[in-house]
Design a protein around this ligand. Structure first.
Ligand code: ZN
Length: 491
């Protein structure tokens, strides 16, 4: 390994070691260890940052082309991108953001529990101000939000998101109005008693069938489900189990396994380079949503798995038909909480957040105006109005973490998921039959070839264009929703 490759490998090692400590913190660490652990993680992350932002990296980037990168254009491009972001943002701004976020997180919890936005408002003001400074430091051509969005969705522009979202909203709002005017399917059976161990085993059996590799991964419990990567050969999932509700553990497990299979599928040759990662949060979410919704909430999937579910949960599901169960897990309703929203209304929750974030960044609204602006827009899009801020503007953790520009990636992922899945169905003519017989090998191989294997070598936009022949668009997702729900609702 060349000296420079070794330098990049050490940066990866430090970041992945920090990820192990963070994973442990959310799963097994005793609560008394929090302070010591915070120091350990901060030390490793700081060392990784110092190595990345070092003279050594700068020198090799300047010397290009030479042995450092050879013909590896992608490695050069990604290293340069990471180096530029790491060096443009001043160290005191990074520290200020971290400290502000630590305090904001506590304030957000208190504000949410006591339903008092004004406890969180000054912290959010500071977070907004620091994000605006960050945008100026990183630089942008058109819109300061571009610089923030770019951290999560490299190359994506605010104007493109706004155009795509406007198109989506115009088509989606009438669909939601039509569906929610119909009688909603009964979903009371999903709230019966589902024993912990049976839920755990059922979820694992399904993701083993999907192709999630337990030789290079495992699942543990945590309060908030997530996926984390220590190397291509060690990708961990977490889930949570609610014995009185079927959905969170089962669909959460499928979702996280979708993220996990992406990371497990990256070309091993990219190991210990900055290319060994998902290319964007949107592309990552396209993989989790594909397995969770396009596969896991499909009729074909349940024609294979419902008998197994009946066997796993005889008390809860005894007497419930496959059709009633399928309709229940696909019930559409106007709701207030994003994480509990169905796949149809979910994107409207995201649009509200994107619009409010860009208006905050543009100075069109102030933090103090947020609760009313939030409630007005939720009511306009979803026809329901939050009665307090806990079920309104205070429901998500993202802003308290200092993250502005993150939310759009959820909807971008949903749109990409159907675009990719349409292409997979066209390339694999009997894919639907394979899913109905619990065979996912060909689908996973297809995703490995077109998406996973590339790591960060291709951007999300390049993957979409190279695979489907078109860029990001809403048509595929809208058609999927129409087809599926006209059938379920008999329209
Ligand atoms: Zn996800």
């Amino acid at each position: 390994m060349s000296d420079f490759r070794n330098h990049l490998a050490q940066i990866c090692d430090l970041n992945h070691a920090a990820a192990v400590l963070e994973w442990d913190q959310e799963t097994y660490m005793p609560s008394g260890a929090a302070e010591a652990r915070a120091h350990q993680i901060a030390t490793l992350r700081r060392l990784a940052h110092e190595l990345l932002a070092s003279e050594k990296t700068a020198t090799h980037l300047e010397k290009r082309p030479d042995d450092s990168f050879g013909d590896n254009e992608a490695l050069y491009r990604i290293t340069k991108r990471d180096f530029d972001r790491a060096t443009r943002i001043p160290a005191d701004l990074v520290a200020d953001l971290a400290e502000t976020a630590a305090l904001a997180r506590q304030a957000w919890r208190t504000a949410r529990e006591s339903d008092t936005f004004k406890v969180f408002a000054p912290h959010l003001d500071k977070i907004l101000e620091l994000n605006l400074r960050k945008a100026e430091a990183v630089g942008y051509d058109e819109h300061p939000y571009d610089a923030l969005l770019d951290e999560y969705e490299p190359g994506m522009k605010t104007a493109e998101v706004a155009t795509v979202f406007a198109d989506l909203r115009n088509q989606l709002v009438p669909i939601v109005q039509t569906l929610t005017a119909e009688k909603a399917p009964d979903n009371s059976m999903l709230h019966r008693h589902f024993p912990h161990d049976a839920q755990w085993d059922f979820g694992l059996d399904v993701i083993r069938d999907f192709g999630y590799d337990f030789e290079t991964g495992r699942q543990d419990l945590s309060a908030h489900p997530f996926t984390t990567t220590f190397s291509i050969s060690d990708v961990r999932l977490t889930t949570r189990v609610d014995e009185s509700f079927f959905n969170p553990a089962f669909f959460g497990t499928l979702h996280e396994a979708g993220h996990g299979m992406y990371e497990q599928g990256i070309d091993r040759a990219l190991e210990r380079t900055p290319l060994a990662d998902g290319t964007s949060l949107g592309m990552h979410e396209s993989q989790s949503r594909l397995w969770e919704n396009l596969v896991g909430r499909s009729r074909g999937f349940w024609s294979h798995y419902y008998p197994k579910a009946l066997h796993a949960f005889p008390d809860a599901l005894g007497g419930v038909t496959e059709e009633d169960f399928y309709r229940a897990i696909n019930r559409v309703e106007n709701s207030l909480i994003r994480v509990e929203a169905d796949e149809v209304t979910y994107n409207l929750h995201i649009m509200v957040r994107f619009e409010l974030e860009t208006e905050l960044v543009e100075g069109k609204i102030r933090v103090a105006d947020l609760p009313d602006a939030w409630n007005d827009r939720i009511e306009a899009y979803l026809g329901v109005r939050p009665t307090n801020d806990a079920e309104g503007v205070l429901q998500d953790i993202h802003w308290s973490l200092g993250a502005i520009g993150y939310f759009p990636t959820y909807t971008l992922g949903n749109l990409m998921s159907t675009q990719l899945f349409d292409q997979a169905n066209s390339d694999i003519p009997d894919l639907a039959q394979q899913i109905s017989s619990g065979n996912f090998t060909v689908l996973l191989d297809w995703l490995r070839t077109h998406v996973h294997g590339h790591g960060r070598k291709k951007t999300a936009s390049e993957i979409l264009t190279d695979t489907t022949g078109t860029g990001l668009s809403v048509e595929s997702w809208i058609q999927y929703i129409r087809r599926k729900y006209e059938d379920i609702y008999g329209l």
